[in-house]
Design a protein around this ligand. Sequence first.
Ligand code: SF4
Ligand code: ZN
Length: 291
Amino acid sequence: MRCRCGKKAVFHSKVYRVTLCDECYPKFYLEIVKRSIKRYNILKKSEKILTCVSGGKDSCAMAYALKELNYDIELFHIDLGIGEYSRESFRSVEELSEVLDLNLNVLKLKDYGFTIEDVERRKVCSACGIAKRYLMNLFARENGFDVIATAHTSEDIVNFFIKNMLSGNIEYISKLRPRIESFDRFVAKAKPLFERTEKENATLVLTLNLPFTQIECPHAPQDVWKEIIYDVELKRRGFKQNFVRAIVKLAENLKLDWKVKHCKICGEISNTDICSFCKLRSTYGVLSNQS
Ligand code: SF4
Ligand code: ZN
């Protein structure tokens, strides 16, 4: 297949009805990210944006796009202490910060008294999510960032939606909007890639030869729902992107109901007297050693 410019194609999409080469694809990618950001008011040029990078392809694509679109960004990475996976992820984000000439901020979970490897196996991903959300919010607020950008893709949003619907967790759906504004001690959150697919992100980073890790986290669960979403996409092209737009419409019509309480230990926002992060610290880390 040939690109419209005549060169050999690297990307073909029936959804966008385009066939593009390695030179035309990055321009197309930037254009569709720019369109999403504008249409859904996801980010502003005046904002200082903390861009979360894990070392994987999606956050690598996000960092590249935001930099190229002239947003004011710095990178942020959390070392979770998951053996070779964390070491390799750190190497990738360090290289990415050099290639893109962006400041890289790093927090080590072990400095807060525990690592993901200390957590019981069946609770690992839940603990990891709690730690990441807590630390990125804390770091962003304490360092004057206006908004935190994460690289959730259309597959992630559809996946979250299905899982939360099935477990009756309807309130969670309201959080699946592309941007949640700041309040109290909560810094605004943005998902500039919510309409993008993993394939689009992978094509970008491979085409531009950007550094990212292909090592998967050893705790990554087998995700049956993601496989089902891919199967449906094969039968019905555009399913993910159409579905994600419908989810966002629904989310924006639901009220975001924050019950603002503050943790009695750290003072951060919490639904309960002690926040989930302090509970983790008291179970696996320093707070337990102090008691
Ligand atoms: Fe954390 Fe690994 Fe689970 Fe992802 S798969 S949430 S990085 S422990
Ligand atoms: Zn707390």
